[in-house]
Design a protein around this ligand. Structure first.
Ligand SMILES: [Zn+2]
Ligand SMILES: [Zn+2]
Length: 170
């Protein structure tokens, strides 16, 4: 089952957060706010509408200027199944979507990885094998704070929540 809602990007940690199909079974792809009884709750919603709504929420929660928050959410939504029409795997170490063949890391035998990106994983091993989750947060939070124009302490909270959902750090 997929780890994030493929419509809004919300992490689907618990089964109760998943939407339902026509026959009452839980959805493999969508959350219960987006998808119920085999259909989207808002079938006419566009990615722009979803990004504006998500951006508003992010802006309030993490003190990001609203225009940047909206742009950031739009970028997060674009690879999701509902908007791209395909299931794009994301890196289990940094969360980057593996949209293009060049984005994929490599296994020991040189084949492309479906689990990790090229920045994190090459030749079947992590580029930084000793990196801890704390170090990853320390490295990434200032970059995110600068990119989104948010306070460092809010960026740290955001990266902490985000990395909790990634297989490498679980
Ligand atoms: Zn959703
Ligand atoms: Zn990565």
């Amino acid at each position: 089952m997929n780890g994030t809602c493929q419509s809004c990007g919300m992490p689907l940690a618990a089964t109760g957060e998943r939407g339902t199909e026509h026959d009452g079974t839980t959805s493999a792809y969508y959350c219960r706010y987006c998808y119920r009884d085999g259909a989207f709750a808002e079938p006419d919603a566009t990615i722009e509408v979803m990004a504006a709504r998500g951006g508003e929420m992010m802006s309030g929660m993490f003190e990001i200027p609203s225009e940047r928050a909206r742009g950031f959410v739009l970028q997060q939504l674009r690879p999701l199944l509902r908007w791209s029409g395909r299931l794009v795997p994301s890196c289990g170490s940094c969360g980057m979507p593996l949209e293009r063949p060049d984005d994929a890391g490599t296994e020991a035998d040189g084949t492309p990885s479906s689990r990790y990106c090229i920045h994190c994983y090459r030749g079947g091993a992590f580029v930084e094998p000793d990196l801890t989750r704390e170090e990853m947060i320390e490295q990434y939070a200032p970059l995110l704070a600068a990119e989104l124009g948010m306070p460092l302490e809010r960026a740290t909270a955001m990266v902490t929540a985000f990395t909790a959902a990634l297989p490498r750090w679980r």
